[in-house]
Write a protein that binds this ligand. Structure first.
Ligand code: CUA
Length: 155
């Protein structure tokens, strides 16, 4: 079978790229231990308001000085809308949604999650720098999406 010279180059290039990308994914999975989330917590999205601890959204201080913060993301706001924590605190965020998919994004931190009905998403961040942080919904969720934000004050 005759394969054109340029065709052969492109085939070689394509296969080489496939090998490079698969190697990178394998490297990230094994060496950096980056994996899809497992053992995620579930919640009945119709009963978020009655399910502890999401029935009382907000911050809990743990004995080691870190914080757990429970957020409910709903059309078109976050509960709690404002939060104050001391600088240097490690904060673990837990977020869920009773209605549609929302985003949970805090610029200039590594917090970037989705709030999915039925699931509890979680991520941690240490707030070393004092100041006011914005918590944004960055998943289009409806007519009021652009107004969906909350504030976190670190001092
Ligand atoms: Cu909630 Cu966009």
């Amino acid at each position: 079978m005759h394969v054109d010279r340029y065709e052969r180059w492109w085939l070689t290039f394509g296969i080489a790229m496939l090998i490079v990308f698969l190697t990178m994914i394998g490297f990230a999975a094994i060496v950096d231990n980056i994996n899809p989330p497992v053992g995620m917590k579930t919640i009945d999205p119709t009963k978020v308001a009655q399910t502890p601890p999401f029935d009382k959204p907000g911050a809990r201080r743990l004995p080691d000085g870190s914080y757990e913060v429970y957020y409910v993301a709903h059309v078109f706001a976050f509960d709690p809308p404002a939060l104050t924590i001391p600088a240097g605190s490690r904060v673990t965020f837990f977020v869920t949604s009773p209605d549609v998919v929302h985003g949970f994004f805090i610029p200039y931190t590594d917090i970037n999650m989705m709030a999915v009905p039925g699931w509890v998403s979680t991520q941690s961040h240490r707030f070393d720098r004092a100041g006011e942080y914005l918590l944004l919904c960055h998943e289009y969720c409806g007519i009021g999406h652009q107004n969906m934000f909350a504030k976190i004050e670190v001092r």
